[in-house]
Design a protein around this ligand. Structure first.
Ligand SMILES: CSC[C@@H](O)[C@@H](O)C(=O)COP(=O)(O)O
Length: 368
C-alpha cells in the first residue's frame, strides 16, 4: 500500500503508525476532554461502537472496516499458516460479532460486507498479501467518505442562503464521519467560503449528541450556534428563526423513509407545520436497497439508565420507574423536502429518485 495514504486519514478514526491498532477520539468524553482510545481486539471494537465511543453512521462504518482488518491481523498472528477457507471462516465469525454491536446504522454491515467481499475476491493471495489488501480497502472506505462528505456539503450548500437560520438534531458533523460531516457539512463548507449561518442545535436527549458534539464542532468551526432543548424546536420555528432543517441519517428505505436519531421525526412534523424545508443528508451507502419502507428498518432499543442516569450527577427518576428508550425513529418520506446524497439531490417521489442513484433513469434527481 502507499504509506502516504495514512496521513490523509481523518482524526476521529485512524490507523496507528505501525498499522497494528486503531486510534479513535472517545466521543463520550467530549466536550470536556479530547481523549484518544486505542482499539486492538474484537472486544475493543465492539465495545467502542456499542458504547458510542465512536458513533455516527459513516464513522461507525469506517471504524468497523478498520476493525475487520485488525481482526484479520489478530487471526493471522495467532495462526500464521492458517488456510484460506479456515481464515475466511474465522473472520466471518468475528464479522458477525462486530455487526451485532448496533442494529440501525446500515453503514456498519455495509462496510463489513465490503471488506468480506474483498477477502473473497482474493482466494489465491497469501495471508500477508490478504492483510495488505484489507488494509488498503479500509483506507479506501475512509478516503471515499472524505470525498463523499465534500460532495454532500456542496450539494447541501446550494440549497441555503447566506444568513439562514438552521435547525439540526443529533450530530452529523466531522466526528460522525471523516471531514465536514453530512448534516453539518454545508454549514462548515459555507463558513469556509465566508457565509454566516445561525444554527440552533437540539441538545438531543438522552445522550446529548447535539449538546456535547454538534455545538462543540460548530463553535470550534466559528459558526454562530445556539444550543436549545429538544422541546424548544417548535418555538424557534414559530419565531421565524429557522429557514431550513438539516439532519443526517442512519438508514434510508427505498421509498424515502429515513431512520435517524430519536426525535428527528418530531422535528420533521414541526417543520411541515411551519412550512420549513426539511433536508436529510447522507451517503449512498446509507441507503438500504433491502428496505422497501421504514417499517423494514430495525430500531435499536437501549438501556433505561441512559434516560435516568447518564451525564447527570443525580438520578433523574426513581430507579424502579420503567423507561422506553428507542435510539432512533423513522421520519415519513412525505415530510422530507429532499434527500441530499453524494450522487446528487433526490426529490419526491423517492421511489424513483432513489432508484435512479443505482442506475435506473428518472427525471427528478438534480445533479450539478
Ligand atoms: C452523519 S451521522 C447521521 C446519524 O448517524 C446521526 O444523526 C445519528 O443519528 C447518530 O446516532 P448515534 O446514536 O449517536 O450513533
Amino acid at each position: 500500500m502507499q504509506r502516504d495514504a495514512r496521513f490523509l486519514q481523518a482524526e476521529n478514526v485512524r490507523l496507528s503508525e505501525n498499522g497494528d491498532s486503531v486510534i479513535i477520539i472517545d466521543q463520550t468524553q467530549l466536550p470536556g476532554a479530547v481523549k484518544y482510545l486505542e482499539l486492538r481486539t474484537d472486544v475493543d471494537f465492539y465495545d467502542a461502537i456499542l458504547k458510542l465511543k465512536v458513533r455516527g453512521a459513516p464513522a461507525i462504518g469506517i471504524c468497523a472496516a478498520f476493525g475487520y482488518y485488525i481482526m484479520a491481523r489478530r487471526i493471522a498472528e495467532a495462526d500464521p499458516v492458517c488456510g484460506y477457507e479456515e481464515f475466511c471462516h474465522r473472520l466471518q465469525d468475528r464479522k458477525e460479532y462486530l455487526n451485532s454491536s448496533r442494529p440501525t446504522a446500515v453503514n456498519l454491515s455495509w462496510a463489513l460486507n465490503r471488506m468480506e467481499e474483498t477477502l473473497r475476491n482474493h482466494e489465491e493471495a497469501s495471508l500477508q498479501e490478504i492483510l495488505e489488501i484489507l488494509e488498503e480497502e479500509a483506507i479506501a472506505i475512509q478516503q471515499e467518505d472524505i470525498e463523499m462528505c465534500r460532495k454532500i456539503s456542496g450539494y447541501g450548500l446550494s440549497l441555503l442562503k447566506d444568513g439562514d437560520g438552521i435547525l439540526t438534531h443529533c450530530n452529523a458533523g466531522p466526528l460522525a464521519t471523516s471531514v465536514y460531516g453530512t448534516g453539518l457539512g454545508p454549514l462548515i463548507l459555507g463558513r469556509e467560503q465566508g457565509m454566516n449561518f445561525h444554527v440552533y442545535s437540539d441538545e438531543t436527549r438522552p445522550l446529548l449528541q447535539g449538546a456535547r458534539l454538534t455545538s462543540y464542532e460548530l463553535q470550534k468551526a466559528g459558526i454562530d450556534v445556539t444550543l436549545i432543548c429538544d422541546n424548544m424546536a417548535s418555538l424557534v420555528m414559530k419565531n421565524g428563526w429557522i429557514q431550513a432543517c438539516l439532519v443526517g441519517c442512519d438508514r434510508v428505505a427505498m421509498n424515502g423513509d429515513v431512520a435517524n436519531k430519536i426525535g428527528t421525526s418530531g422535528v420533521a412534523i414541526l417543520a411541515k407545520y411551519y412550512g420549513i424545508p426539511f433536508y436529510v443528508l447522507g451517503p449512498v451507502s446509507t441507503i438500504d436497497r433491502t428496505c422497501s419502507t421504514g417499517a423494514d428498518i430495525p430500531i435499536e432499543l437501549r438501556k433505561p439508565e441512559e434516560i435516568k442516569e447518564m451525564f447527570y450527577e443525580k438520578p433523574m427518576a426513581l430507579s424502579e420507574v420503567k423507561c422506553y428508550n428507542p435510539a432512533f425513529d423513522v421520519t415519513d418520506h412525505e415530510l422530507i423536502t429532499a434527500i441530499i446524497t453524494d450522487r446528487g439531490i433526490c426529490r419526491p417521489p423517492y421511489t424513483q429518485s432513489l432508484a435512479a442513484l443505482f442506475g435506473v433513469e428518472t427525471p427528478n434527481r438534480s445533479v450539478e
